[in-house]
Design a protein around this ligand. Structure first.
Ligand code: MG
Length: 159
């Protein structure tokens, strides 16, 4: 078995709203993402980690934000599509680890639902998906709640 590793990062600005979508899960919040899609930074980071591991480009090439087709779409769809693409190219996803960088809200209680959704979308067992969260201790654009970011890392194997 040979393996490859991929890294993904994404950040979206926050604006007025009532909830966030993270890992495909609706999280009640006083702000929402300003984005062409649902702004799900966790899904976007996971997609880039998977594409990066397989050497298959990046999210911007695959799902251009100028394409009206992707407007308001659930970003879990991107994860599903990319998981399929990897499979077609002979890659198996071994595991995905991630961090959500957000000052608020506290996300711990949503991790089980997020992991379940990401597992279903990527076609791997929930045990192979890890999600963690960090605050920025009030510093920078994340600390002042102007943005939320996520980073992900994925290991894929092939023959
Ligand atoms: Mg994005």
């Amino acid at each position: 078995m040979k393996v490859r590793i991929g890294l993904g990062f994404d950040l979206h600005r926050l604006g007025p709203g009532s909830h966030l979508i993270l890992g495909g899960v609706e999280v009640p919040h006083g702000k929402s993402f300003i984005a062409h899609s649902d702004g799900d930074v966790l899904c976007h980071a996971v997609v880039d980690a998977l594409l990066g591991a397989a050497g298959l480009g990046n999210i911007g090439e695959r799902f251009p934000d100028t394409d009206p087709k992707y407007k308001g779409m659930s970003s879990l769809t991107f994860v599903t599509e990319v998981a399929g693409l990897l499979e077609q190219n002979g890659f198996r996803i071994e595991n995905i680890d991630s961090n959500i960088l957000a000052e608020r809200p506290r996300l711990l209680q949503y991790f089980p639902a997020m992991r379940k959704k990401l597992a279903a979308a990527s076609g791997i067992p929930v045990e192979k998906i890890s999600i963690k969260a960090k605050t920025m201790e009030g510093l920078g654009v994340i600390g002042t709640e102007e943005a939320i970011a996520a980073e992900a890392i994925a290991l894929v194997s092939f023959e």
